[in-house]
Each structure stands twice: as C-alpha cells, then as structure tokens.
Ligand binder design. Structure first.
Ligand SMILES: C[S@@+](CC[C@H](N)C(=O)[O-])C[C@H]1O[C@@H](n2cnc3c(N)ncnc32)[C@H](O)[C@@H]1O
Length: 211
C-alpha cells in the first residue's frame, strides 16, 4: 500500500486546520488493497462519510457509525443508498448486531494527553475527558471490531501523534498498543503530507489483521 504525497496534498487544499477528513485517495488505496468487490467494510467513527462514499463507488458494502446527528445527516445526503450509516455510539458496537466484516477502516476522534477537558468520545460535548480512560474505551471499541472481523480480516486505523508546542502525545502508538491486545499489527504506513496542520506530528495508517 502506498500513497502519493501529491494526492494527499491536493485533498488538503482549502481544508481547515482542525479538519481530519480522510483523503478519499487514502480510502481508495486501503479498500483496493484489503478487499474485493462485494466485501463488507465498517467505519465505527464515520465522520463525514469518506469510507462509505468510496465503498459505494468501489462496489463494496459498507456500514458506518457516527455519534453526531448533524454529521449523520451530511453522510446520508452523500450516499446513494448502498451504504448505511447508523447514528450511535461506537462504544456500544458489540450490541448493534452487525457483521461480519472483511475490513474496518476508521479514524477515531483525537485527544492530547495534555490537560484536555473535553471528551472526544462524546463528540467533545462533555468535559469528562481523561486520556487513560479514552484509550481504554478505544481499545474496547477495537476489541469489538476484532470480534466482528472475519478470519484474516483487516483493521486499518488512521491516527496521528499530536503536537502541543514542543510536547508530543504519541496517540497513534498508544492506540496501537491498545489494539495489539486483540489483533496482530502487520504494518504501518507514514502519511507524508506536503502541508500538515501544525498540531500534527506524525500521521500513520496502522494495519492490523485477525488470525
Ligand atoms: C476523526 S473523525 C472521522 C473522520 C472520517 N474519517 C471522515 O473522513 O470524515 C471522528 C468521528 O468520530 C465521531 N465520534 C466521536 N465519538 C464517537 C462515538 N463514541 N461513537 C461514534 N462516533 C463518534 C466524531 O463525531 C467524528 O465525526
């Protein structure tokens, strides 16, 4: 799997600094690498729906979960009826009766370890943010993903390390450590942005596989 920096750069033109949409080029590369037409893909943190939209274009079935109703509405407008988005909390993924999936491709909401009161897993709407709790909850979500993957299925997580001044939260590596309890890490790809936002230290695609 490889990504051309020029493709990632083109999709960042005009993006806000806090904008963490997947570039569709990245979704296309991951879906092409790890699935075949007709396979089923999950995105438990669907955001604005890049995974679902690209899966529709590539003849894969797809299911997304997104917490924020306004984003669910945006996704529903973007879909042509083949993919599905569920308004819900990924922390309850195992209770939704979904699966099995061939691929889970996702990017969770980010958190810095440094004194961030807002909770990413409530859409930053509550001030009970706590970095160790956030990591534990993400690990539980990915444990549920592992249960729902078919044997040899893949989980691909896009996650960045977060810069606050001269301090870096190794978020991507902390997430990877939590997932490694449930799935095997196969490879990581460094995403080389021509014009990264200032808070982004390193941006990675972490590729895990079920036994
Ligand atoms: C990094 S964004 C994903 C962006 C997405 N990859 C895209 O290209 O649009 C993370 C998303 O997870 C959602 N989210 C946060 N907490 C959630 C939860 N507990 N369950 C489901 N979605 C959640 C956020 O609202 C946000 O849209």
């Amino acid at each position: 799997m490889s990504f051309r920096a020029s493709e990632l750069a083109r999709e960042r033109v005009g993006a806000a600094e806090e904008d963490v949409h997947f570039p569709e080029a990245l979704v296309r590369a991951v879906v092409a690498e790890y699935t075949s037409p007709g396979d089923v893909v999950l995105d438990p943190f669907a955001g604005f729906g890049a995974t679902l939209v690209v899966c529709e274009q590539m003849e894969r079935s797809a299911v997304g979960i997104e917490l924020l109703p306004e984003r669910v509405a945006v996704i529903r407008q973007r879909l042509d009826g083949k993919a599905t988005v569920i308004e819900g909390d990924a922390r309850h993924l195992g209770e939704l009766g979904l699966g099995p999936f061939d691929l889970c491709l996702t990017s969770p909401p980010y958190m810095s370890a440094l004194d961030q009161p807002s909770n990413p897993l409530t859409g930053y709407t509550t001030n009970d943010g706590h970095y160790p709790t956030y990591l534990a909850e993400l690990s539980q979500v990915f444990a549920a993903v592992a249960e729902l993957l078919r044997p040899r299925g893949h989980l691909v997580i896009n996650a960045a390390n977060i810069r606050n001044g001269d301090v870096v939260t190794p978020l991507a590596w902390d997430i990877a450590q939590g997932v490694a309890a449930h799935l095997s890490l196969r490879t990581e790809t460094y995403l080389h942005w021509d014009d990264p936002p200032p808070w982004m230290s390193g941006d990675y695609c972490l590729v895990f596989q079920k036994a």
